[in-house]
Write a protein of this length. Structure first.
Length: 118
């Protein structure tokens, strides 16, 4: 697999799109699933975010960030994860913070919105 080299502007807006963040050619669609069970050690609960590869399009910047920094960082930055029920969602960037000198996006959070097929 070739190394991925994209700056934050390309990750957010899509390679060469120049359009608004919400209208980028990059689309990440996930299935959110919650499981609960018990065993002799106690009660357990787990939430899975599974990429729906056929519905995703373009560069998957969420997967790239998890590969680089681990899954903990991007999951903690999903602002509405605990409010979402199980289902299919699109992952969108939000709360983007730009460098005041260059205007490049340095940091962003994520939000989940219900996925609607186009």
């Amino acid at each position: 697999m070739p190394p991925r080299t994209r700056d934050s502007r390309q990750l957010m807006a899509g390679a060469g799109s120049g359009g608004p963040v919400g209208q980028s050619p990059n689309r990440i669609v996930i299935r959110l699933r919650t499981a609960a069970w018990h065993d002799q050690k106690g009660l357990h609960m787990r939430r899975d975010m599974l990429f729906l590869r056929r519905r995703c399009a373009g560069f998957n910047w969420l997967e790239e960030e998890a590969d680089v920094a681990g899954a903990d960082d991007p999951i903690r930055r999903i602002i509405n994860l605990h409010q979402c029920q199980d289902g299919i969602y699109q992952v969108l960037p939000c709360h983007e913070h730009r460098d005041f000198e260059t205007g490049h996006i340095e940091h962003w959070d994520y939000r989940l919105v219900p996925f609607e097929e186009e």
